[in-house]
Every structure is written in structure tokens, then in C-alpha cells.
Design a protein around this ligand. Sequence first.
Ligand code: AMP
Length: 401
Amino acid sequence: MSFDSFSFSPDIMAGVRALGYTTPTRIQEQSIPPIMQGRDVIGLAQTGTGKTAAFVLPILQRLREGPRGRLRALVISPTRELAEQTCEAVDGLGRQTGLRSIALYGGTNMDQQIQMLRSGVDIAVACPGRLLDHVWKGTISLSDVEVLVIDEADRMFDMGFLPDIRSILRCLIKPRQTLLFSATMPLDIRRLVQDVLTDPVSVQVDRMAPAASVSHALYPVKQHLKTALLMDLLYQIETESVLVFARTKYRAERLAQQLKGAGFRVASLHGNLSQSRRQAALDGFRTGLFKILVATDIAARGIDVLSISHVINYDMPESLDAYTHRIGRTGRIHQNGDAFTLVTGADAAMVRDIEHALNTRLEPRTLKGFDYKAPAPDSERVRPQGRLLVHTARKQELIQR
Ligand code: AMP
């Protein structure tokens, strides 16, 4: 199948070519036709499947016709990063359409957003809280919205945004076209679907199971040796960009500082950082300035870096869903990826859940030459540089490249 079969207008096809897309992904093949027909659609797809373009392209096609400068399409996103990236996809794919888009999220200047809204936009990609701020202030009008996208609905639910979504829905007119994307379908999302979608078409790609193009391995280790093991792993394995997950903002920041102290090119991404520092971390990771990004689950939503070769769970995720989302950051589209999880004795139940979902036994691995018997220090410290198992050539590459 090729993009020609969707009959997009030439200006939209120019955007598709500019982003280098040649063949539609499975979610695009399945969901673009019903969306173009005006149907409501439920897309069961995780990030990395191409779901953003699956809804952006038909929206651009629809909005080409009709009045300009009125807010006719609204995308609700759980995080700033995802909102920003969706907006970038709209700008990239729609560069020749002249349609204007805005990303609306907190932590940034409200007045600038108000000015831009006043000057007229066609598409808004918004986080629920900031969108409602604009609604209550009367600085946005939702009365022209004819297409609504609820993106990563399950994550929105995890983050406690469902009441906000329902408030937003009350401000929208009907009939409208509603598209809902979610990696999983917990009960509350199924209820939302029943309440707000009309006769929806369901399309499903890789539901529940973590991406098939990713290989998974476990590294059993004692809690106090995690940082040392991670460093030795980073020295030994051939990696492109590595995304490391920690359980809390504090642990992510501390680990990033420890890696930085050992000379790695690393940035952190978590909710305690200002928007500009988050953006700098993401941009640096995307361009390769930082080879390693240490993130928390929420901050990592929507990270869109195609060259992520390894996802390393420094801390075990708290749910199978979170594992799926983390792992969805590697092996994107047609590439392969590796997912390593450092596990302690406390993680046994979660390991069983993951093995059950993958329907396979995860391979426990031991890192050659690593001192698994090193005693616990007074506090969890990184081993002094001199004792690290150093593979000199590899280390030079990670630090200087
Ligand atoms: P998403 O699942 O929407 O986050 O998309 C993941 C990545 O795939 C993004 O970098 C997109 O730009 C890219 N992508 C989307 N559609 C295609 C396609 N048809 N061919 C190649 N890359 C694509």
C-alpha cells in the first residue's frame, strides 16, 4: 500500500514526502480511510506505531476546505512533550497547507498563547489543565471544533485527567467527529468511549503486547549495585541513544548526576525541571549531544527519537502498562531495539506479569567481569572511577563522540 491510495491533496502529500514517509504504517492503513469518511475511530495503538500521522493527515485534509483561522480541530494530549511533538507533526505534514496550529500547555507564558489564539489558529494540541484555564478565562472558543482527538487516553486516565476531559467535552458542540487513541482499554476508558463516541470503528495494532521488534533481557542485581552495573553495561554494549528509566524524579536526577560525574554525556527529564530545561534535554537527546537520557515515566511520554537503541529500566516499572510504554520508545517503526531491566528480589511478581504478557521467559543475564559480590556501602555510592570495569575504546566513544 502507498500513501497515494488515500487521495490526499498534493500539498499534504508534499508534507508526507518531506518527512520521508514512503509506506503507511499498519495503524495508518487501517484508520485513515474511516477517519476520512468522517467516522468516529478508536485506535488501539501504542506510541511508535505512527498513530500521530494517522489522525493528523485526515484532519489536515478535512480542514483544507472551509473557513481559516477558526479552531476546528482539537487534540488533547496528556503531557507537554507529546503536545509539542504532535504540534511538530502537524507543522511538518501540513507545512504547505497554510493551516495554523498551537500547542497549549502549562509552565509557559499564557499571554503569548492568548495573542496567538486571537490571531486565529485552525488546530490546537492541548494538555487538559491549560486548555481549561483558557476556557474559564474566555480566551479560547471551542464552538467551532468539529474534530476532537483524545490521544493516549489510558495515560490521561492514569494521570487523573478524566474529570478534566469530561469538563472539556461539555464545552464542545455535537455532532462532531471524535477519535480516541489508547495503548490499552481500562474500564474507565471504555466508559468514556461509550459516552462520547458514536458508532465507532475500532482499529487495533499490537494491543497490549510490548513491541515485537524489541528483545528483552533481565539483569538481576542487588539494589546497591544498580548504578555500578548500569555504568558497566553502558561501557560494554554497543548503543546508539539510550533511554534510562528511574522510578522517581529524585532518583532520575541523582542517577543522571552520577553518570555525568563519571563522564557520560547525559541529560535528565522529569517533572521538577522547567519547560526550557526539559526542551533542552529532549533537543540534545534528539541531536545526539546527549547519548543517554534518564527519565521518569510521565516525563518520557511522547519522546520521539527514532535512534533509541536501548531502553534500560534502572528501576522496574510499576505496571505492565508502564513497561509497554517505556519499551515503546525503542524498536520504533521498522527498527529493532533492546530492553534491559535491572531487577532485584522485590521485582519477581512484575517479572512474572511481563513474561505472561510476552508469552515467553525473559532471559536473565550476567554481565561478564562485574563484581556482583561487592558489599553494600554506607550509602548507595558509585564505585570510584578507578574500580570501574573500563573498556577504554568504548568509554572514549560514549564520552567524546
Ligand atoms: P508515533 O507513533 O505517532 O509517535 O510515530 C512514531 C514515529 O514514526 C515518528 O517519528 C513519526 O514521524 C514516524 N512515522 C510515522 N508514520 C511513518 C511512516 N509512514 N513511515 C515512516 N515513519 C513514520
